[in-house]
Design a protein around this ligand. Structure first.
Ligand code: AMP
Length: 141
């Protein structure tokens, strides 16, 4: 398996070199909206520590990612009036991973509404801003 490369897009977002719609952060993790959401509110949770994916992340860092994933999932249920949540994590290209900094996909779903396929289209930035505001408000409630 290749080693972690800190020039990946999410490492640049963490360092503030690229913009994102942040919804939550703490000392170990960071959460922001996916720019090509598969459902309204599709959010990514990443560790601040460099890890390529589930196969090399330190256990304690993954525990923090799991903790934040649960926080986001619960808030997203409210913010998007969802009926359920899908969590996905891809490790290595064969699985579909395209960005090599570990991330959990958190996708709110409504009954009977299928997810879009991965990376179908870039969402309108105004829509993403609205979704970020809704999720931030639910996280504060
Ligand atoms: P994967 O590596 O297949 O688990 O998925 C990478 C995800 O990152 C995809 O869902 C992309 O839509 C998303 N993505 C790529 N670039 C950005 C970015 N600059 N900001 C937010 N999400 C991104």
């Amino acid at each position: 398996m290749a080693t972690y490369d800190d020039q990946n897009i999410f490492a640049k977002i963490l360092r503030g070199e690229l913009p994102c719609l942040k919804v939550y952060e703490n000392d170990r993790t960071f959460a922001f909206l996916d720019i090509m959401p598969r459902s309204p509110g599709h959010t990514l949770v990443i560790p601040r520590a460099g890890a390529r994916n589930l196969l090399d992340i330190r256990e304690e860092d993954f525990m923090e990612v799991a903790r934040t994933t649960r926080i986001i999932a619960r808030a997203a249920m409210k913010a998007f009036a969802a009926d359920g949540i899908i969590i996905q994590q891809f490790s290595e290209p064969a699985s579909g991973q395209v960005v090599f900094h570990l991330h959990m996909h958190i996708m709110p779903v409504k009954e009977g509404v299928p997810l879009l396929p991965p990376q179908t289209r870039k969402e309108d930035p105004k829509v993403l801003e609205d979704h970020a505001a809704k999720l931030i408000a639910a996280l504060k409630a």
